[in-house]
Design a protein around this ligand. Structure first.
Ligand code: ADP
Ligand code: MG
Length: 398
């Protein structure tokens, strides 16, 4: 994988950067600028080197037409504040305005092109359409830097096709992500423990299938645990259950047993009669759940059980909350796992948090992000990585 260092002296060079600026907006107000902040190291590095920086990014799903509601104007403004230098927003994505603005750039300046998804060719299925847009983007620059980790699993013009046309490298955000995820998936230091939760088992079948052959222990919580408990023949009351996945999960339990991989299921569950913040919670044994209640978290004994397994590990990957952490009464399992990862990290283990809701859980439950070895910024991309898939936007750079 080539890095920015491999691109040589960048003074006066035109550098096209793909960033991930898909931030949450309330009208034109950015409610979380985390993705813009994550892009700063690469952009600063390029402007410090005296490059003319042209950034392309998307925002929302404008469906291939110009829609002012999805303009990158608020991003250009915030990016300028964070960089401490104004950022010009091109009046269009790749039209005459973008070309003129790119031609006007001085060394060390940053130009942001309008939302790349205003152009339908960005996400076209047709290779030729994407290639045509990629050629136009490439016409603006001498080299390409891929730094939008949230989109590297997408075969899109500004992510994939453009890297085929220009000399290309990874930016520091993508480099950090890929190095961390590789460290945890390619020959991880053992014991290697994977903690999986979240809402549905069907979302993460690929991840389970891949990791079941690699991890030493798989700890299962969250909504998906009830399909596992059902596969063991237990009643799960009104909990989230995917009946059509019970046989697949039985297969996983057999594969794991054959390979000597331990699947750890919680011994107790926090249940409540209703899916509500103030529904009265009780702790029950996992093999004796009442028929009229919903499992909303792993229990305190399970929290201890998971903690011990995590503290015993040298590599830990965690994806998916252990319970409905959005409600205080059902956040205990997620807190216990997050705290165990922090403590394992302090003792020298390598720990990764992946998944959008898991990363949000860590923040909203008040944990310091520096307590973990790595928190992934890309939900979809990190899941595909854990599934063992090749990511087109990374593959094309090799
Ligand atoms: P991630 O984004 O980290 O990959 P998911 O999107 O798979 O995670 O799942 C997150 C959601 O799972 C959370 O909103 C949480 O409330 C929900 N969840 C966790 N445990 C349960 C449960 N027992 N029943 C229903 N939903 C649950
Ligand atoms: Mg999610």
């Amino acid at each position: 994988m080539k890095t920015i260092d491999d691109l040589g002296d960048l003074r006066g060079k035109r550098v096209l950067v793909r960033s991930d600026f898909n931030v949450p907006l309330d009208g034109t107000t950015i409610t979380d600028d985390g993705r813009i902040r994550a892009a700063l190291p690469t952009l600063k590095r390029l402007t410090d080197a005296g490059a003319k920086v042209i950034v392309t990014a998307h925002l929302g799903r404008p469906k291939g037409t110009v829609d002012p509601a999805f303009s990158l104007a608020p991003v250009a403004e915030r990016l300028g504040e964070l960089l401490g230098a104004p950022v010009t927003l091109a009046p269009d994505t790749i039209g005459a305005g973008a070309k003129a603005a790119a031609a006007d750039l001085a060394d060390g300046q940053v130009l942001l092109l309008e939302n790349i998804r205003f152009d339908a060719r960005e996400t076209a299925k047709d290779d030729g359409e994407r290639a045509a847009l990629a050629e136009e983007l490439a016409g603006l620059a001498d080299v390409f830097v891929s730094d939008g980790f949230g989109v590297v699993h997408r075969k899109q013009a500004s992510v994939y096709d453009v890297a085929k046309v220009l000399p290309s490298a990874v930016g520091s955000l993508v480099q950090t992500e890929v190095e961390a995820l590789r460290r945890a998936t390619v020959e991880p230091e053992r014991p290697y423990v994977v903690v999986l939760g979240g809402s549905k088992v069907s979302d993460k079948l690929g991840v389970i299938a891949n990791l079941i052959t690699k991890a030493d222990r798989l700890l299962i919580g969250g909504g998906m645990v009830f399909t596992f408990l059902a596969a063991k023949g237990y009643r799960v009351g009104n909990s989230l259950l995917e009946e059509d996945q019970v046989d697949t999960v039985k297969g996983y339990l057999e594969t794991a047993a054959d390979r000597g991989v331990q699947i750890v299921l919680p011994t107790d569950i926090v249940v409540a009669p209703e899916f509500k913040a103030d529904s009265p919670a009780t702790v029950v044994a996992a093999d004796d759940m009442p028929t009229d209640q919903i499992g909303l978290d792993i229990g305190p004994e399970a929290g201890e059980q998971f903690r011990a397994a995590i503290l015993d590990a040298k590599t830990v990957v965690w994806n998916g909350p252990m319970g409905v952490f959005e409600f205080d009464a059902f956040a205990g399992g997620t807190k216990a796992v997050a705290q165990a990862l922090v403590d394992a990290t302090a003792e020298g283990a390598f720990t990764i948090v992946g998944g959008g809701d898991s990363a949000a859980a860590v923040r909203t439950l008040g944990f310091d992000e520096n307590g973990f070895s790595h928190i992934s910024t890309g939900g979809g991309a990190s899941l595909e990585f854990l599934e063992g898939k090749t990511l087109p936007g990374i593959d094309v750079l090799n």
